[in-house]
Design a protein around this ligand. Sequence first.
Ligand code: NIG
Ligand code: FE
Length: 432
Amino acid sequence: MTIDNFGTKASQASHDNSVWRWWRGAHLATLSSQAGTPAWGWLPQGDLLTHGDQIAWVGPSTESDAALQHLLTAPERAALDPIDLHGLLVTPGLIDAHTHLVYGGHRAREFDLRLQGATYEEIARAGGGIRSTVAATREASDEALFNAALARARTLMADGVTTVEIKSGYGLSLAHEARCLRAARRIGQTLPITVRTTSLAAHALPPEFEGRADDYIDAICQWLPQWHAEGLVDAVDGFCERIAFTPAQIERVFHAARVLGLPVKLHAEQLSDSGGAALAARYAALSADHLEYLSDEGIAAMAAAGTVAMLLPGAYYFLRETKLPPIAALRAAGVPIAIATDHNPGSSPTLSLPLMLNMACTLFRLTPEEAMLGATRHAATALGLGHSHGQLRAGHRADFALWAVDHPNELAYRFGERAGRGVVAGGQLITA
Ligand code: NIG
Ligand code: FE
């Protein structure tokens, strides 16, 4: 079977977890290197065996016959219809571990104002910025919110993404945040990708709480158990910044998350150093995100807590930030580095994670392999999914991306080019 005629069969069999598939003739970058194995987990001639939505075996093509003998019964082997990947590059499915996909409207006008000299902070203080998206989000119907976010998720998938984290944060009330989180959950039920939802109610102060930030934090602490009880929340985030919330306010939200057993993460040190990363690390945060103004103390705290540094080159670029996150110090401290699109209408309206691979290298000087680890293996860790996602490895979910390039170096090297040829998500092939 070739990949060109596989689409219909795959969808017929997509929910059958007993189906074996043999994916042959690819270049594999497993991103699963152990000590002593080549960079990228590189296998120039490799095959994969998947069983339902899991990877059962990955290895050199010369060893796949032996693996088939070992893992499959004779009738299963007889029924197997190999899928020829024609020398495409196969990597783990990309993981976009920081997005704000659910919102109404856009902020092109604000982009224009910033080009004329207004800063992101000035626009936010004047009532624009996040608040203007909150107004547009509250006005949008459930269906409109869902359909716009679904189209965005499909665009990410066409560029190799099989797992996406989706934050709320543009509803900012009990009902509107719930609507956004439900839209995010529905994306995970509609597409074969993994969706992790994050409550970002502590994103900005809604107008009805003007001058009463502490009351709004109290409200979030009361609402959180209700969103959690509805199964809408996998993690809790906040925006710790002089235009958003103080460390003390964020800490109250983190405490409420801890009571519910929910992991936390934080938008920290994006525009100034508020000590947010160290606070997040004290709560064993999955990640601290942005980090342009991160201090040495913040780095040490993150290293000790195992908190991932989530770098967002799209927001750095789009806000024309000039202060770089402390990459060399993060590297030296052994802090795992992830990268994401941070897709949102204000600071990073991009839907291309491969473009972020390029920007992570050109702007932040990550190596191409570090950038790719940041969008796969370390991104999985940042979502608490390191055991099951982000590597081509037996026992991991059968999520991979197919690329029309010879070597994974090229994914960070090319920019603005669509090299993706489809994804396999939970064992199901979706061609681009
Ligand atoms: O990750 N920093 C805060 N939140 C978003 C931007 C939100 C917006 O401007 O709408 C971010 O950059
Ligand atoms: Fe963000």
